[in-house]
Design a protein around this ligand. Structure first.
Ligand SMILES: Cc1ncc(COP(=O)(O)O)c(C=O)c1O
Length: 392
């Protein structure tokens, strides 16, 4: 009855875990939820105010498919001043979240059977969106020794006549890895030479702790032409529920994305777009405060993880996740197919802590913990992790 396409798709692990947490909570259990990649802050007041103003003043009708011109101009300005890359308004398409921006892009670029190179660990939805859009995800393993970053040498052997696109998530969910300009340039050079598009998901761009963030299209005009930049408001402006993201690309690709979006959703809610404009033009201070909080949480949490027996991690330089290697405990737990699922299930049922199993990101030795949650709650979760692994 259902489509063949659907049979290839795994439901989202993270959304599944959230539903389980909600169900357990409704049974009266107190769950420490470290699974969700959602800021624990409120949307900045300035964004809310702009949205309320839009509602009060009847700015609630259909508008331009690629997004409100005021918002696109503000995005152009943001990309110029913060990311050092020059776009025009007709190269920006505002969508209903970064997920939607990624989907639009893949629909615009992929023919059936086209390959998309995806460095692992990867954000859980990438392979599924690629498949839904007719593409074939080709996973490239990266190593902990290189902070889970892709290099040109790792990339080159995977390129063939079917390769259409390389997907890079910087900063990375789940590892927190951040690429420097020197690390990105050789990757871009390979893609330009081989005529492979780059889908640069930079949604965590502001949440970058130890080094300046480098946006891929800012590297050169060739990089800009070859790249479809993905960004959004969910993470940086705590606007997950408003569903607002965007692409920046060359005008030909932007037009194609806009054509697709026009038939599917027209445009994101205009109310959300006005809120996004408020966040971009007046919300910088509020956004920086959140980033400072994430950084101080990370700095306080790392020594706690250091003290966990037989666990390792790569120091996250951005985003708000800890990706913890528990491979030392693989032989201490019986499981059928997935160690990280068995571990996470046991952690939830016996210690009431929800985390995401690493298999959701393509690495079954790990779990992912989000610290976009009150610090004391995360610390209590890590205390329980210690109890659990000590008892294994
Ligand atoms: C790497 C990455 N890209 C995209 C998204 C989707 O963001 P949005 O809420 O804007 O759809 C997420 C959300 O978790 C993410 O982690």
């Amino acid at each position: 009855m259902l489509s063949k396409k659907l049979s290839q798709i795994t439901p989202s692990y993270t959304i599944g875990i959230s539903a389980r947490v909600k169900a357990l909570k409704s049974e009266g259990l107190e769950i420490i939820d470290l699974s969700i990649g959602e800021p624990d802050f409120n949307t900045p007041h300035v964004a809310n105010a702009k949205a309320m103003d839009a509602i009060s003043n009847g700015k609630t009708k259909y508008d331009l498919v690629p997004g409100l011109m005021d918002l696109r101009l503000a995005i152009v300005d943001k990309l110029k001043t913060e990311n050092h890359v020059q776009y025009k308004a007709d190269e920006i398409v505002v969508s209903s979240g970064a997920k939607h921006a990624i989907t639009n892009t893949l629909l615009a670029l992929l023919d059936p059977g086209d390959e998309v190179l995806l460095p692992a660990p990867y954000w859980t939805s990438y392979p599924e969106i690629i498949k839904l859009c007719g593409g074939v995800p080709v996973i490239i393993e990266t190593s902990k020794e290189n902070d889970f970053k892709l290099t040109a040498d790792l990339l080159k052997p995977y390129i063939n006549a079917r390769t259409k696109l390389l997907l890079i998530n910087n900063p990375s969910n789940p590892t927190g890895a951040v690429y420097s300009g020197n690390e990105l340039s050789p990757l871009v050079d390979v893609c330009v030479l081989e005529n492979i598009f780059i889908l640069a998901d930079e949604i965590y761009e502001r949440i970058c702790f130890d080094q300046p963030f480098v946006s891929i299209p800012s590297l050169s005009e060739a990089a800009r032409q070859q790249t479809i930049l993905i960004n959004g408001f969910s993470k940086s402006a705590a606007m997950t529920g408003w569903r607002l993201g965007y692409t920046a690309s060359n005008a030909t690709i932007a037009k194609a994305i806009s054509t697709i979006q026009g038939h599917l959703v027209s445009h994101p809610s205009t109310i959300s777009q006005w809120a996004g404009l408020g966040a971009l033009t007046e919300g910088k201070e509020a956004m920086q405060k959140m980033v400072n909080t994430y950084k101080s949480r990370r700095d306080l949490l790392l020594p706690i993880i250091d003290a966990l027996p037989d666990t390792t991690y790569v120091t996250p330089k951005g985003a708000f996740y800890l990706f913890i290697d528990l491979s030392a405990y693989r032989n201490k737990l019986s499981f059928d197919t997935s160690f990280s699922v068995a571990f996470s299930d046991k952690f939830l049922l016996e210690h009431q802590v929800a985390v995401v199993p690493g298999i959701a990101f393509g690495n079954d030795n790990y779990i992912r913990i989000s610290y976009a949650t009150d610090l004391h709650v995360v610390i209590e979760g890590l205390n329980r992790l210690k109890q659990m692994i000590e008892a294994l």
